[in-house]
Design a protein around this ligand. Structure first.
Ligand code: BTN
Length: 260
């Protein structure tokens, strides 16, 4: 499975001329490369793709397992035009973009686990890490997306057993250009969704694609887990929870665990 710049551009549609594409065989982290590009003042949207990462980063300081067979991409968006308080909505927008692309192009039925995980085939098949680089007048968003496309050779590491999954299962037929078409489609959808953030154009879709409402969870804040019941996702993609003591909270960012 190889990337083709031509196929990526075709999938970018109207955005084909506004996105610079960089394809690396291996890099430490496409997000780190994206942050360096942002810091250099690049004025064009830039999509960085790698076949493998040797220092792939997840949220909360975790690593992201990035062997061959996955899509590791970061989209650098200079001058999003967003208000700073809207920055946290970029990750939910990316989650919707990933779901739309997977649902349209593959047999999988993606679902969102608030806030940034995409589940397919019973486990986490994709994750999103959005980082922000501030410049004097504006800020750059670096939206990093890792998609486990096929089961890794040799399987997932033991610590991901029962947690990680992939978009395609063992033995499923993989379309030849799927890496390029998925990466280009996710990018196109994300660029389209980003401009709708101020009017919360996709929150209803984010809510509909989420599978956590009505479930019991542990809410992890500052490393401390608290048991809660999930009751809502609002128009700002905040998670509404009720704790055991009856108190309620809407969370803008953070982490939940559904495994007890
Ligand atoms: C998470 O699930 O915690 C977020 C995972 C984000 C992984 C992607 S892979 C491409 C980009 N580069 C990185 O180092 N991380 C993101």
């Amino acid at each position: 499975m190889l990337y083709s710049e031509e196929k990526i551009k075709a999938a970018l549609g109207d955005h084909r001329d506004t996105v610079k594409i960089i394809i690396d065989d291996v890099t430490a982290s496409t997000n780190d490369k994206g942050k360096a590009i942002a810091a250099s003042g690049e004025s064009k949207n830039t999509l960085i793709l790698a076949y493998r990462q040797h220092k792939g980063k997840g949220r909360m300081g975790r690593s992201f397992f990035s062997p061959e067979g996955g899509i590791y991409m970061s989209l650098v968006i200079p001058k999003t035009g967003l208000d700073p308080e809207d920055i946290p909505l970029i990750t939910p927008a990316a989650a919707v973009a990933v779901c739309r692309a997977i649902e349209t192009l593959t047999p999988a039925e993606p679902k969102i686990k608030w806030v940034n995980d995409i589940f397919c085939n019973g486990g986490k098949a994709a994750g999103i890490l959005t980082e922000t680089v501030f410049s004097s007048e504006d800020f750059f968003s670096v939206v990093g997306i890792g998609i486990n496309l096929i089961p890794p050779k040799g399987g997932f590491p033991a610590e991901l057993n029962g947690i990680a999954s992939s978009v395609y299962g063992e033995g499923e037929e993989i379309p030849q250009d799927i890496m390029s078409v998925l990466a280009g489609t996710v990018t196109r959808e994300l660029l389209d969704l980003t401009v709708t953030i101020p009017e919360r154009g996709f929150s209803e879709e984010y809510r509909r694609r989420s599978f956590v409402i009505g479930k019991d969870a542990r809410v992890i804040k500052n490393g401390i887990p608290t048991e809660a019941h999930i009751v809502d996702i609002d128009k700002n993609c905040r998670l509404g929870v009720i704790y055991r003591d009856g108190s309620e909270e809407y969370l803008l960012c953070g982490e939940i665990s559904l495994r007890f």
